[in-house]
Design a binder for this molecule. Sequence first.
Ligand SMILES: Cc1ncc(COP(=O)(O)O)c(C=O)c1O
Length: 476
Amino acid sequence: MAAILDHHVALQQAYSEFVRQYPAYLDTVKLDALRASEFSRLDEQGHVYLDYTGGGLYADRQLTDHMKLLQRGVFGNPHSSNPTSMAATELDESARRFVLEYFNASPDEYVIIFTQNASGALKLIGESYPFAPGDRYVLTFDNHNSVNGMREFARARGASVHYIPVLPPDLCADEAVLQQLLDETLPGQKTLFAFPAQSNFSGVQHPLEWIGLAQAQGWDVLLDAAAFAPTNPLDLSIWKPDFVDLSFYKIFGYPTGIGCLIAHKDKLARLHRPWFAGGTITIASVQGDGYYLAEGERGFEDGTINYLNIPAVEIGLRFIQSVGIDAIHTRVMALAGWLIDQLMGMNHTTGKPLVRLYGPANTDQRGGTVTINLFDPDGKVFDFRDVESAANDRNISLRTGCFCNPGAGEVANNLSAEDMRACFQQEERMSFEEFLLVMDGRSPGAVRASLGIASNFSDVYQFVEFARSFLDRAAE
Ligand SMILES: Cc1ncc(COP(=O)(O)O)c(C=O)c1O
């Protein structure tokens, strides 16, 4: 009882100090009420949820609104003229329009292609971008693997692949290399530049000004907004990338299984799909051995769309809009700022720092994804798997490893190209255990805490106390 009381008093004191340092947080207290009404299961079950970059959380209201909608109507497979099919088509088209509206994207300029997730959107571009020998695919080191993976499509068609390094300690990109690569284009070359608006490894936010800069030099630009969109406004009337990918579950938790590609109409028209499927053609013939692909989004949505869940995308986005993405952003950044201050201030009694932060050590040029490793007084790293396991014991949901973002992890952990090439010498597929052996105790992994719509001060406070429990301990 006394311990609980002590914890409560310490939490209150820390909160008072926090709001003194980050007074903007007080403008977002309506989100505390929202946590109590729409996300009450978090506190009822004692969860400290810090994995919003892995997956967002849904409000109770989204579920009930969706279920009511399904219970009230009769919905058939869309794209037919029967009444139940029309009812589904109407809802899906309404969701499509609303996604454009939410991102302030003009329907004259952009179309929404529903996909299974962000990776599905990226694969559509990878397989359809008309790469040819001599063309270029340029991307930053800190891309998610689904953006990295597009290099295999580029290479298979003879294009060259170039990476822009990110530099420690803040893991921002080397803009001199970026500028050099953007400058190196030849007439007639097709060039695609891809970068994350926010790195899912370090939380770094790359300048959106790069979009216009690259386009002015003839590049097509793919903006990966999967980790950015959940806690930042993305206004496509200001920023006009050619392609944007995202996953809706990362923004509002439910439903999973739907993402989208937001594509500029002119650029979409230049993509060549490698196949056709049900739903993507106007006419196809067996005996005539031909087909015509449908125009616009229809040519890119293979088979039956997720027609009963797509209406829940509109419900989710309307919910976020009612809360206000600016309020979510303000809150998340205040919490992230305090979290970083606290982590950076923790030293063992020897004076050695406990925490190494990957990404900017302030709230400039970053989002609310905070990635670290913990080190013991001798400078030995705590294995991220042990950190996660200790967090699990406290009901804290973190994410550890390299988060499908190997490039940022390699730079953060000082692993060279030579180190990494050693893992790809053998013909047989290497197991993760063998990988760890080759890495000789080093690893591109880290510990990630990420914040979102239902985060509160208690969440970050408990994470800080958790990190504090590693002070003056030896890593095994
Ligand atoms: C920046 C970024 N891009 C792409 C993806 C891929 O998203 P999904 O797994 O939903 O396809 C993720 C997922 O974490 C991400 O964080």
